[in-house]
Design a protein around this ligand. Structure first.
Ligand code: FES
Ligand SMILES: [Fe+2]
Length: 362
């Protein structure tokens, strides 16, 4: 049986982009000698570390009779299936042993492979490259990196599962108008703090940037950063398939974060938030305090999307308005432009012709 038959879940049009890296698990949770399950884009994976500590990712399905390989056991660089004991090299997926085989068998063991995915340990995540089955050669570029501006900094990771299609997770991430309603808190803002905003957006490769500006004057958390007395600027980028980068600079101090929304399957995605900073590095408990605030913030989005998922079950007609939903429109246009360029082999036609000023109230 061909396990990559055309109707396997990863080749169906499901709005999930192939040919990109996605974070599959937190690096710290993938320990040597242990196997961990993960799902990316509807594909079941088993991730682990070999005896040298190198991360690997295989499709969680034995090429023999489909037993999840995560039910098996790891022996150095070999993963043994729990059903009939076939053994696979974790770095290549190649089968190295079929215990039931006798000398006269014609089976060429070395021609049997468990599906193996490029895998990198980066910024505290195990990244897995999900290839595009439509591309002829699909060499993986390096995995994404969180920009940092020095060697000494604090770093932390938070995650939240969201019971919606990845598109809703992403447009929620870049939606400027929900803040005063969803993220009400004394330290952030209230609905009474709504004011008119104006920001310049410009095209960048595979995405768009909110040009460096001074952060929202109506948010208390940003005001805090001004304690160093220098001017504070923030830049926000969105890059396909799913990344929002934010950088805040104030003299030699900086804060850099990345939020990714990763498709798990058609109805679920996961937000992975990773932040690094050198500001307040010597203030005790800075990391737990930051995590507390960030978790509150992310929890507000998570609760909102859980409720939204109830409404989306009925497949309602949706409206995207100008200018508040323009970033969401660009996201869909970027996605389409990317798919078109994959199909035609032509360079991607960017939906933003140049800098655009958007206005909204939030
Ligand atoms: S199903 Fe894995 S060895 Fe048979
Ligand atoms: Fe939000």
């Amino acid at each position: 049986m061909d396990q990559d038959a055309p109707n396997s879940p990863e080749t169906i049009e499901d709005g999930m982009l192939r040919g990109f890296w996605y974070p599959a698990a937190l690096s710290a949770k993938v320990r040597q000698g242990r196997l961990r399950r993960a799902t990316l884009l509807g594909t079941p994976l088993v991730v682990g570390r070999d005896s040298g500590g190198r991360a690997f990712a295989l499709r969680d399905s034995c090429p023999h009779r489909g037993m999840p390989l995560s039910c098996g056991k790891l022996d150095g660089n070999l993963l043994e299936c729990s059903y009939h004991g076939w053994r696979f090299d974790t770095s290549s997926g190649q089968c190295v042993e079929v215990p039931s085989r006798v000398e006269s068998d014609k089976l060429k063991v070395e021609r049997v492979f468990a599906v193996n995915f490029p895998c990198e340990d980066q910024d505290g995540y195990i990244w897995v490259y999900m290839p595009d089955p439509k591309r002829r050669s699909d060499a993986a570029p390096p995995a994404p990196r969180l920009p940092v501006f020095g060697s000494r900094y604090c770093i932390t990771h938070l995650e939240a599962s969201l019971p919606v299609h990845v598109d809703h997770g992403i447009i929620g991430l870049m939606d400027p108008a929900h803040g005063p309603f969803v993220h009400q808190a004394w330290w952030w803002r209230s609905r009474h703090s709504i004011q008119q905003k104006e920001k310049i957006f410009e095209p960048i490769p595979s995405g768009f940037r909110i040009r460096a500006h001074s952060p929202s004057a109506n948010s208390a958390a940003y005001k805090l950063l001004g304690v160093y007395g220098k001017s504070v600027t923030t830049t926000i980028d969105f890059v396909l398939p799913n990344m929002r980068f934010e950088q805040i600079h104030c003299g030699e101090y900086w804060f850099s974060s990345r939020a990714t929304v990763t498709p798990i399957d058609r109805q679920n995605c996961r937000l992975d938030f990773c932040a690094a900073w050198n500001v307040f590095r010597y203030v005790p408990f800075m990391v737990p305090v930051f995590r507390l605030f960030a978790r509150t913030f992310i929890g507000q989005d998570q609760r909102t999307m859980k409720k939204q998922a109830e409404g989306l079950k009925y497949n309602p007609h949706l409206i995207l308005i100008d200018d508040a939903d323009r970033p969401a429109k660009w996201y869909f246009q970027l996605k389409q432009a990317h798919l078109d360029s994959e199909l035609t082999g032509e360079p991607m036609k960017h939906p933003l012709p140049g800098p655009v000023t958007l206005h909204w109230r939030s």
